[in-house]
Write a new protein. Structure first.
Length: 231
């Protein structure tokens, strides 16, 4: 037997204000009780597995999540935003997420891409450092996805190259205070295609980001602007 749940009818919840309440507008005669069929509707507690894929994803879901990512994107350091690379610029995309590299290649088809794994989380491997550094030396500009201490360690090693570096911070921007020399940084709060597409769109100047940092990472007594902002 299919279990059923009783949910109040929204129409009943939004009945006339004050109905049946002495002294309230519209009061006087108590509201007549609604019939069970008009007040409640039956909803199965167990979804219909045979037809669930007809409703997943919901219509408009893709647009909703992308727009949400765009509204959340935050410019941490405006530096060189909007950035439009030259036609002959050799662009390097660096990330621990294939989704970031795929979105980067969509925007910069001629770019070279370098992937290295998320693990280990707290330090970088010598082979990953060597791979990124070799590619960075032959590039003119670097678009770097910063996501954990591993990628932070590798990013720090690019400083001495003296090349333009554009950072997209994924999920949390807490690592940015450790690279104050980075002039251009955009924060997104996910690690998915929508977030990376939004961050790269902000970098390119497709729209002006309106997102705000949800927390203040500045040390006590530092005041504003936050420590994340380039001094």
């Amino acid at each position: 037997m299919v279990k059923m749940s009783l949910l109040k009818d929204p129409a009943a919840v939004h009945a006339a204000p004050g109905a049946g309440t002495p002294g309230a507008p519209g009061a006087g005669t108590p509201a007549a009780p609604a019939s069970p069929t008009s007040t409640y509707r039956f909803v199965p507690l167990t979804p219909d597995a045979a037809h669930i894929m007809e409703k997943v994803p919901a219509a408009g879901a893709q647009s909703f999540f992308f727009q949400s990512a765009c509204r959340a994107a935050t410019v941490i350091r405006a530096g060189h935003i909007p950035w439009e690379p030259g036609p002959r610029d050799r662009i390097l995309l660096v990330s621990q997420f294939t989704e970031f590299l795929d979105e980067g290649k969509r925007r910069y088809p001629r770019a070279e891409s370098v992937y290295f794994p998320l693990n280990p989380v707290y330090w970088s491997r010598p082979e990953d450092r060597a791979l990124v550094l070799a590619a960075a030396r032959r590039s003119d500009a670097i678009v770097f996805c910063l996501a954990n201490y591993n990628s932070l360690d590798i990013l720090k090693r690019l400083k001495d190259l003296k090349k333009p570096i554009y950072v997209i911070s994924a999920l949390s921007p807490i690592y940015l205070p450790e690279v104050p020399w980075v002039e251009t940084a955009v924060a997104v709060y996910g690690q998915n295609t929508d977030s990376f597409r939004a961050g790269l769109a902000v970098l390119s100047g497709d729209f002006q980001a309106v997102g705000k940092l949800p927390v203040d990472f500045s040390p006590p007594g530092a005041g504003n602007p936050a420590a994340l902002e380039k001094k």
